[in-house]
Design a protein around this ligand. Structure first.
Ligand code: ADP
Ligand code: MG
Length: 252
């Protein structure tokens, strides 16, 4: 059975997409059949894997709002064992088009059902909101990975996010749980250390041991359409994402 993990946080700029791209690539490189689903109209995960979001023939939008079968929309990437369901601006329309649709929160879950067993891991990169697209991600997933940027307002909005996860679990997707909380963009400053301490105090074992450092190579790699393990496998960001992949595998 494939494991489906949604990366969520209604805050933008906290490392969801960077983690989705790099963790997916690390899973693929370790031999796991992996799919990354881009659920953000910005299409950053799509571009981060070197796919031109505007020339993709079919995207997640066609799967959610049209009748394109998901298998026909999956793209091979240049990276081992890693496929992509791309997104672009068209996906903005989904929120509006599905407003009155029946079972609108279940669109992604139902679309993914036929291919779940084709993959060991499916990661869903959610947009920075708690709207219908993120709900679809949470309903389709078995668990949620929450990324927090190691900065002063890291915990702001977290209770709202956790409450949403619980509401989804109670009403739409029994069994949904928080896989873990990932601290990203960690710097060796007093502030970063303080934030990490606070996060560990509040969330205990849920916080991954692996912390992702702020590393300029990580932020450069997307402009080359590559995950860091392909762009510069020796950099601190690549090492950290490989460690995270191991930890995720160990947690199951
Ligand atoms: P989100 O998807 O939550 O909005 P992103 O993953 O797009 O966040 O990250 C926001 C910005 O921070 C991007 O410009 C990204 O390149 C940069 N970034 C993310 N993680 C790191 C890191 N570990 N080191 C340096 N820059 C990072
Ligand atoms: Mg993003």
């Amino acid at each position: 059975m494939g494991r489906i993990i949604a990366l969520a946080n209604q805050k933008g700029g906290v490392g969801k997409t960077t983690t989705a791209v790099n963790l997916s690539a690390c899973m693929g490189s370790s031999g796991k059949r992996t799919l990354l689903i881009d659920m953000d109209p910005q299409g950053n995960a799509t571009q981060g894997l070197g796919v031109d979001k505007n020339s993709a023939e079919a995207t997640v939008y066609d799967v959610l709002c049209g009748d394109t079968p998901i298998r026909e929309s999956l793209l091979d990437t240049a990276f081992p064992n890693l496929k992509l369901l791309p997104a672009n601006r068209e996906l903005v329309g989904a929120e509006v088009e599905l407003v009155d649709a029946e079972r609108r929160e279940f669109r992604l879950r139902e679309a993914v059902a036929p291919i779940v067993d084709d993959f060991d891991y499916i990661f869903i990169d959610c947009p920075p909101s708690l709207g219908l697209l993120t709900l679809n991600g949470l309903v389709a997933a078995n668990s949620v990975m929450i990324t927090l940027q190691a900065e002063y307002y890291a915990l702001e909005g977290l209770s709202e996010l956790l409450q949403t996860v619980m509401l989804v679990r109670d009403n739409l997707n029994k069994g949904l749980y928080v896989h873990g909380v990932l601290v990203t963009m960690f710097q060796h400053t007093n502030l970063s250390r303080q934030v990490l301490d606070d996060v560990r105090t509040h969330l205990g074992d849920k916080v991954y041991k692996t912390v992702i450092p702020r590393n300029v190579t990580v932020s450069e790699a997307p402009s080359f359409g590559q995950p860091v393990i392909a762009y510069d496998p020796a950099c601190s960001g690549a090492t950290a994402y490989l460690a995270l992949a191991k930890e995720v595998l160990a947690r199951g």
